[in-house]
Ligand binder design. Structure first.
Ligand code: SF4
Length: 98
């Protein structure tokens, strides 16, 4: 994996990043600059597409509000949508259990 903030406490408690497809790949590919082309995004997502730890990576990014970069094959817009949907599901579950 590139340099997805490995030094943050608790980032890799289970050691999942050791199995990351992006390990050793230039970080720039995953931290795209504004105005980057769709091709750049696809290249990063292609690396994630068959990564065996994509779920752990995505879970981490969603739970920790990672706002920059490709994580688990998603960009921030996609992760924001997931957080919104999770919030709605949680509200529905709470209402259902009352
Ligand atoms: S899902 Fe993508 S960003 Fe996450 S560890 Fe795998 S290759 Fe790296």
């Amino acid at each position: 994996m590139g340099t997805h903030s490995f030094d943050i406490d608790g980032f890799d408690i289970d050691g999942w990043r050791q199995h990351a497809n992006c390990k050793g790949i230039a970080t720039d590919l995953f931290y795209l600059q504004p105005g980057c082309s769709a091709y750049d995004i696809r290249a990063a997502k292609a690396v994630c597409s068959n990564c065996t730890v994509a779920k752990q990576c995505l879970d981490y990014a969603v739970e920790n509000f990672e706002t920059i970069g490709i994580w688990g094959g998603t960009n921030e817009i996609e992760r924001r949508s997931m957080r919104r949907n999770n919030k709605i599901i949680n509200i529905l579950e709470i209402n259902h259990n009352q």
